[in-house]
Ligand binder design. Structure first.
Ligand code: HEC
Length: 123
């Protein structure tokens, strides 16, 4: 009987590992769909970007000002400096706990952060 128990545990482990691999593999795609796409959010995001990000980031090319140019930021597979996957989740994190030299924008509300991401998604 013990052998059955062991076999069962093994199967369970394999099943768990497979579903985990599936989740990890599909997570970035799923998250990309949480970006807001309405014109009001994008407009508010652009205004916030112009007020808070523009002097360090060019939105329309990938050249470096102080930080990297953000053209195509969410269309690429990885973020330019940290090389983390280019997901809204990692941009949210960059705003709250920046990778290295960038100042934190922790004071932005959830909604403001989402609006900025909606704008970045259009670049
Ligand atoms: C004072 C200059 C400065 C401002 C203002 C600034 N950034 Fe940055 N940003 C940087 C620098 C420098 C980097 C390069 C990574 C680092 O050193 O932290 C960076 C990196 C990034 C990255 C790439 C992170 C990665 O993982 O590769 C994103 C995305 C980003 N900034 C978005 C923004 C947004 C959105 C705003 C406005 C809310 C903003 N930044 C405001 C300087 C700035």
């Amino acid at each position: 009987m013990r052998i059955f128990k062991i076999a069962f545990m093994l199967m369970l482990t394999v099943a768990l590992l497979c579903s985990f691999a599936f989740a990890v593999h599909h997570a970035p795609e799923a998250l990309k769909h949480t970006i807001k796409t309405d014109t009001e959010s994008i407009g508010r995001g652009k205004n916030l970007f112009d007020a808070k990000c523009k002097f360090c980031h060019n939105a329309y090319n990938t050249g470096t000002l102080v930080g990297p140019g953000l053209k195509g930021i969410l269309k690429n597979t990885v973020l330019p400096v940290s090389k983390q996957p280019a997901t809204p989740e990692n941009i949210r994190r960059q705003l709250r706990q920046p990778f290295s030299r960038m100042p934190s924008f922790e004071y932005l509300s959830e909604e403001e952060a989402e609006d900025i991401i909606a704008f970045l998604n259009t670049l």
